[in-house]
Write a protein that binds this ligand. Structure first.
Ligand code: ZN
Length: 467
C-alpha cells in the first residue's frame, strides 16, 4: 500500500539532488567512514573510505554549528585555507563505551564509525576532539579531505527496498529526520515492520517534548529483507546474519542490542534523509541500546518496546545519561569524580546544572525513599538474572518488570513534579544525582521525561528543525 508514495518520495529526493538550483543551495551528504581502534589506554583513528551519499544533506542549513556541548567526542569541518569552521557536531561511539569495559584492558579491538557533513566545495580538514580527564575537548585526529579526490565513492549502494514515508512534515533540511531501519525481518515480514514502526511512533509522539514537536519531525522507514527472521543472541547460541547486524549481548550484557556492521548500516541508511537513526529489531526478547548521534536500537516486539524506544532515543538524540543506578552494566566504575558532561546528572547537588529549575528553598540533596527502593531493586535484579540464566520464557520477565513497575510507581509518585537533586544516578548509588525522583531515563514506570531531559531534547530538536 505504501510502496507507491514511498517510491515517489525517493524519486523526488533524488530529483532535488540533481536539479542545479537545489544543488546550489543543498549540498549532498559527505561521509567519512573510519576505523576506531585501541585498548583501554591507546586509541587510533584511521581512514576507511570517503563516500558521497546519494541524497542531499538533511541538516538545517542555518545551524551548521553545534554549540550544545554534548557528547564524549566532537568533530569539526574546517576549510583547509583560512581555517573557517563550516560544520560541527558532538557525538559518542561504540569504541567510547567499550574502552571503559574490562575487556578493553586486555584486548585490542577495532570499531567502524562514520562522520557525515554537507559535501564541501573546497578542501577541508576534519578534526576529531575527545574529552580529557577534566572533560574539556582536545584534538585526537585530523584528516585532510579533498572533495575532488577521485577515490570519493559516489556510487549508489545496493537498494535496501522502498523508502516508507511514515510521517512527512516538511522538507528534510527544515525538519528533524528520524529513520527507522528494520533488522531481522524477512521479505514476507515487511508489513510487520511497518506495523511495529507505526506503533513505536505512536508511543514516541505521546511523550513530551516529542508530542509538542511532532510537526517538526519527519519519520522514514527502511526494511532491507533478512533471509531468516530474528537477530543474533550469542548467549543462547543463536547466530543470524541479519541485514544490518544487530545482536544482543553487546559487551556481555544480555539486554544490550548493538550493530557492529557500520558500513552495511550506513549504506542502507543512505537511501533516506536522516538526522537520527533507530534500528527496530524483529524480536520479543527485551533489549535495546542508544549511543549519542550514532543510533538507538529496540527489540520492537518486546512487551516493553514502546518504553525502550523512547528511552534509547533519549540517549541517541540528546545524549541523556542513564539516571538509574541499580542495574548491572559492563562499564567499570569511574575512578575520577569530575563533574560529568551529561545534562541530566551531577556530582554536586548544591550547584546542579539545572539549578534554574529548582524551587528556591528546596532541600539539596532532595530526600527520597532511597533505601527501600534500592533494597527491592536488588531483589528484582537477582530474579531477573535467574530468569535469564535458566533461559525462562519472556513472559516471566514481563511479569517481573510489571510487578517492579507497580511497586516503584507507588513509592515514587508522591514526589512527582519536584525538581531537586536526588542521589543515585548514572550507575552510581552514591555521589551522583538526578533531577527528579522518576524519569524515563530512570525507570520503566509510566512517567514523563524529567524537566531537564525534556529541555535537552528540545534544544537538540531546535538544531535540526527550523521554527
Ligand atoms: Zn531525566
Amino acid at each position: 500500500m505504501l510502496a507507491l508514495p514511498a517510491l515517489a518520495a525517493v524519486v523526488a529526493l533524488a530529483a532535488s539532488a540533481a536539479t542545479p538550483s537545489a544543488a546550489a543551495t543543498t549540498p549532498r551528504t559527505f561521509r567519512v567512514d573510519l576505523f576506531h581502534t585501541g585498548t583501554a589506554t591507546t586509541e587510533i583513528f584511521s581512514l576507511d573510505r570517503l563516500v558521497l551519499e546519494p541524497l542531499p544533506f538533511p541538516g538545517r542549513p542555518d545551524r551548521p554549528l553545534d554549540e550544545l556541548g554534548l557528547g564524549k567526542y566532537h568533530f569539526e569541518v574546517r576549510e583547509q585555507q583560512g581555517d573557517r569552521l563550516l560544520y560541527s557536531r558532538g557525538f559518542a561511539s561504540i569504541y567510547g563505551e567499550w574502552e571503559t569495559t574490562d575487556e578493553a584492558r586486555g584486548l585490542t579491538r577495532t570499531f567502524s564509525e562514520s562522520l557525515r557533513f554537507p559535501a564541501p566545495a573546497v578542501p577541508v580538514k576534519l578534526v576529531v576532539k575527545k574529552r580529557g580527564p577534566d572533560q574539556t575537548f582536545r584534538e585526537v585526529w585530523t584528516l585532510r579531505v579533498d572533495p575532488k579526490d577521485p577515490f570519493v565513492d559516489s556510487a549508489a549502494p545496493a537498494s535496501p527496498g522502498p523508502l516508507l514515508a511514515l510521517q512527512r512534515s516538511g522538507s528534510p533540511e527544515q525538519k528533524f529526520d528520524l529513520l527507522l531501519v528494520g533488522d531481522g525481518y524477512t521479505a514476507a515480514e515487511r508489513g510487520r515492520f511497518e506495523a511495529d514502526a507505526r506503533r513505536l511512533m505512536k508511543a514516541l509522539f505521546s511523550t513530551e517534548p516529542w508530542r509538542s514537536r511532532r510537526a517538526d519531525v519527519n519519520v522514514w522507514g527502511l526494511c532491507p529483507p533478512s533471509e531468516q527472521a530474528g537477530v543474533s543472541r550469542p548467549s543462547t547460541g543463536l547466530h543470524r546474519r541479519s541485514r544490518v547486524g544487530a545482536s544482543y549481548d553487546a559487551f556481555g550484557s544480555e539486554r544490550y542490542l548493538l550493530s557492529f556492521e557500520n558500513r552495511t548500516l550506513r549504506d542502507v541508511a543512505s537511501f533516506a534523509p536522516y538526522d537520527a537513526l533507530a534500528i527496530l529489531v524483529n524480536s520479543e526478547t527485551y533489549g535495546g541500546g542508544g549511543i549519542f548521534n550514532l543510533y538507538a536500537t529496540v527489540a520492537a516486539r518486546s512487551a516493553w518496546a514502546e518504553y525502550v524506544f523512547v528511552h534509547e532515543l533519549g540517549h541517541s538524540v540528546a545524549a541523556l545519561a542513564d539516571e538509574y543506578f541499580t542495574s548491572e552494566t559492563a562499564y567499570l566504575p569511574a575512578t575520577d569524580r569530575v563533574e560529568p558532561w551529561e545534562p541530566n546528572i551531577t556530582n554536586d547537588p548544591k550547584a546542579a546544572k539545572w539549578a534554574d529549575l529548582i524551587r528556591p528553598g528546596a532541600p539539596l540533596p532532595t530526600p527520597w525513599p532511597k533505601e527501600r527502593f534500592t533494597l527491592r531493586a536488588r531483589e528484582i535484579q537477582a530474579e531477573r538474572k535467574a530468569i535469564r540464566k535458566r533461559n525462562g520464557p519472556e513472559r516471566e520477565m514481563d511479569a517481573l518488570f510489571k510487578a517492579e513497575q507497580r511497586e516503584e510507581t507507588a513509592l515514587l509518585s508522591p514526589l512527582s513534579g519536584q525538581v531537586g537533586a536526588f542521589e543515585g544516578a548514572n550507575y552510581e548509588a552514591v555521589g551522583s544525582y538526578r533531577p527528579q525522583a522518576d524519569c524515563i531515563m530512570f525507570s520503566r514506570d509510566p512517567v514523563p521525561f524529567c524537566a531537564v531531559c525534556r529541555r535537552t531534547l528540545d534544544r537538540v530538536l531546535d538544531l535540526y528543525a527550523a521554527p
